[in-house]
Design a protein around this ligand. Sequence first.
Ligand SMILES: *Cc1c(COP(=O)(O)O)cnc(C)c1O
Ligand SMILES: [Zn+2]
Length: 427
Amino acid sequence: MGVTLNDSVAPKTTAYLRCSAGDCGTTLDLHERALACPKCGELLEAVIGPDHVDARELKRRWLERRLSYAPHNASGVWRFREFLPGDYPQHAIVTLAEGNVPLVPGRKAAEWAGVKRLWFKHLGWNPTGSFKDLGMTAGMTEAKFIGAKAVACASTGNTAASLAAYAARAGLTGRVYLPAGQASANKLAQALDFGAEIVQIEGSFDDALETLLGKSDPELYFLNSINPFRIEGQKTAMFELLEQLGWDPPDYLVVPGGNLGNSSAFGKAFRELKQYGLIDRIPRIVIVQAAGANPLARMWSSGAKQLLAVEKPETVATAIRIGNPRSWKKAVNAVTLSGGLVMDVTDEEIGDAKSMIGRDGIGCEPASATTLAGIRKLAATGQIDREATIAAVLTGHALKDTDYIIEAHGPKTRRKREPESATVAVQ
Ligand SMILES: *Cc1c(COP(=O)(O)O)cnc(C)c1O
Ligand SMILES: [Zn+2]
């Protein structure tokens, strides 16, 4: 049959929005423009139920689409469209060929952490250098589809870069709210390059998000990860990971935790894959936060039932410098369902882990290195079996925060700059 592609979207019996609070039961039309349940205020989630799933046939079809250059097949998000909301016509999809990123074995990193089977799923190798692109292609497609003219987000930097790029692609106005002086220059530069409007907010990311959510401009479509379409797009990273592992789930899936959208998305992915018989067990989800921005880790270790926000979040890992994560309830559900755990690591541990990942020739931004730091800690305390198969999600590219790297290697860098020939000439 060669490259004959089945482009038909599987018939969907269900595609709607539902309140994420288990006991609420409120449902909304899929394209309703809402971010919270009108009845109880909790976050919404998309319910996508493919009509009929032949697991073997579907896995084959997903792989087959990789042979096609048609934009909706070349995207590592949209090739899994049977599990995405919205029967968009092909031309309506806003894509930059995101996804399809490799799974790379961590060798030195594994040795350093004291484990044997470690893989990095590098979502930093996406068009704008972070996993945000996976959610943004879905969110921006929906924004354009319902006729939004402008899109906005609050961001520590990566969401801004991604929104700016996809807004440009879609021909929409992009506006990003950043905590003044806190986003890395590299991320700010990307948002500028893609032509977004930048609004600097005094305070933290949490303040920026609060400011944005206070705006009730009907022209403005919100693209933070509380947007259920973002979560759907990010979910596909786990479909792709499992495909790369031959649909044999790893024992652990380790992910950095900031606003906790990604952890929520991954939990939803595993739940659906298991429900539809595409996998037979769910990996334990381990969420790793930075010690200075660790509200969920605190809640987890204290056994509390409610999240207490961290007033002044502080960490070198700016992408997860978040004190009041919005998706914490969804994330708790994901961890609980999977039999996983939540933990934190110090900035020093993040720095050490980051340089070990670099020694594997991979590189990542500081927030991503929380994963390896966490794995090392769990192995050292016997909480993780050294033989276990572990997939760690690297969320951002090394070039996202070059100031951090230069500073971390400061003295060495300066020494190297001294030209050797000059030294010889003086002697
Ligand atoms: C956004 C981001 C995170 C945090 O993800 P959440 O979904 O907010 O938990 C972690 N690392 C990087 C590089 C990010 O850009
Ligand atoms: Zn509700």
